[in-house]
Design a protein around this ligand. Structure first.
Ligand SMILES: C[S@@+](CC[C@H](N)C(=O)[O-])C[C@H]1O[C@@H](n2cnc3c(N)ncnc32)[C@H](O)[C@@H]1O
Length: 475
């Protein structure tokens, strides 16, 4: 691991010098400099950062401590910090919690929901009040919802049973839909009845309802008593076929869990820390035009419209299907998992991926200040479903050469995040771990020469890891 002192020894220019022994030992191509950013984020406790971060698990998310390491070094309170691939909204939430203007964008509606729930959260009082209202409304109509859940769960009537679509409430244009058999298998019948009621009733355009819906996705499935179904781990939804086989083989019966009790407990856990004083911005759309949309939105709010820092992790090559791996959550929210996977840019082979990344970086450039720093966390992918993946290793270097350099960015260096990546992906996929990243490489670039110099100068700055930060406690 690079030491803080080695920052000065790092060649400042891409073209400089001969092979550096330390670069070779890190496995970096000889012509790319390493940047010596102390990797203290690896040694922080697991849930370091704001209590909204663990609202719901999200595949390939990075820890809040990683976002902090760059926010603290490369931005000041009041600066705009942007993440065009926001996932569960880690960067934008952490930025807001540190007094910055956090902007998160994602093309996945589930990611957008999580980012928005953190950017514009419900207060604890609003969430608790709404939850009480929901509980009363449920009690008034529980028998009817229970009949519906029983019809969905019973073998004789399941094929014909239809339920109101998510978010339809009780308007005149209420539509109905069947319920996938695996959904019914996952829950106790009473829990299912409550979920059918809640998903019909919540309005995802409303701040409080959106917060509750996002919190609900976080407790939908997992192994402990805080979750509504114990059928699968909380990290991702198991394949529907596996769910059917597993449930049949083990005669799985989900324990009865009260949705309102579990959700109330989750709201209290989330609100362990005060809501960040500054609201963030959550955008839904393609990263390629995130810059223009972010500027328009910020201008509309009377805020500075260019980002001084980008901290982001682009989709990995053919590793994660965000719709498929979240099908139970997308069902709850009324999103189409297949449509999500068709839309997202996580299925590219290397060449189209690099073209995509170049377009993303070109689109971002006008939305950056002259001295902006851009931090790209890029995972290496060695194999795809058991087959060696051509071009999956050294991806960050290729992103630099084929996407960032041609758009005029200036390279500060590449930092490695090997330990965290191995732990993260091995835990997730077990035997399939080889399919995922071996090393995350963190590409640190400047929007201009000024940005590159700022990136190099800031690399060795001491970062305060007290949480909440001294002098900037959230109110
Ligand atoms: C590696 S994840 C980011 C995780 C994030 N750093 C976090 O901590 O939660 C990559 C994200 O890119 C999103 N994505 C894929 N294609 C996209 C596109 N064309 N535009 C915007 N987002 C996209 C995916 O939905 C996913 O959330």
């Amino acid at each position: 691991m690079p030491s803080p002192q080695s920052a000065a020894a790092v060649a400042p220019s891409v073209a400089s010098g001969g092979p550096d022994a330390r670069q070779l030992s890190l496995g970096l191509p000889a012509d790319l400099p390493a940047i010596a950013i102390p990797q203290e984020w690896k040694t922080q406790q697991r849930l370091w950062g704001h209590s909204f971060h663990p609202m719901c698990s999200y595949l390939a998310s990075f820890p809040a401590s990683l976002a902090h390491a760059f926010i603290a070094r490369y931005s000041r309170p009041g600066d705009v910090v942007l993440d065009p691939f926001s996932g569960r909204g880690t960067t934008s939430l952490q930025a807001a919690a540190e007094g910055r203007i956090g902007v998160g964008n994602d093309l996945n509606p589930f990611a957008h929901l999580l980012t928005a729930a953190k950017a514009e959260p419900a207060t604890r009082a609003d969430a608790v009040t709404r939850l009480t209202g929901l509980r009363l409304a449920w009690q008034a109509d529980a028998a009817a919802w229970q009949r519906l859940a029983d019809a969905v769960a019973s073998e004789e009537s399941a094929a014909e049973a239809r339920v109101p679509v998510a978010g339809s409430r009780e308007g005149p244009d209420t539509g109905t839909e069947p319920v996938p058999a695996e959904v019914a298998l996952a829950f106790h019948r009473r829990t299912l009845a409550q979920l059918l009621f809640v998903r019909t009733t919540l309005d995802l355009t409303d701040r409080t309802d959106r917060f509750l819906a996002a919190a609900l996705t976080g407790i939908l499935h997992g192994r402990s008593a805080t979750y509504l179904s114990t059928l699968m781990p909380n990290t991702f939804s198991m394949a529907p076929r596996y769910v059917r086989e597993f449930a049949a083989r083990t005669q799985f019966q989900s324990p009865e869990r009260d949705v309102f009790d579990c959700l109330a407990a989750k709201v209290i856990r989330l609100h362990r820390q005060p809501v960040p004083a500054a609201a963030g911005v959550a955008l839904l759309g393609d990263a390629r035009d995130a810059g223009a949309r972010a500027r328009a939105e910020l201008r509309g709010r009377g805020l500075p419209d260019r980002a001084r820092l980008v901290v982001t992790s682009p989709p990995y090559l053919r590793v994660v299907k965000y719709g498929y791996y979240n099908w139970l959550r997308t069902w709850l929210l009324g999103f189409d998992a297949r449509a999500i996977d068709r839309t997202l840019d996580d299925a590219h082979h290397r060449e189209p991926y690099l073209v995509f990344m170049r377009e993303v970086l070109a689109g971002l450039r006008p939305a950056l200040t002259e001295d902006a720093v851009v931090v790209l966390v890029v995972g290496d992918v060695e194999t795809d479903r058991g087959r060696q993946l051509h071009g999956g290793v050294g991806l960050a270097e290729r992103v630099w050469e084929n996407a960032a350099a041609p758009e005029g960015y200036r390279l500060a260096g590449v930092a490695l995040d090997d330990v965290a990546a191995n732990r993260k992906m091995t835990k997730l996929w077990g035997d399939e771990a080889g399919r995922a990243t071996k090393v995350d490489r963190i590409l640190v670039i400047g929007a201009t020469e000024q940005g590159r110099r700022r990136a190099l100068a800031g690399a060795a700055i001491d970062v305060d890891w007290t949480w909440p930060p001294r002098g900037l406690r959230a109110i």
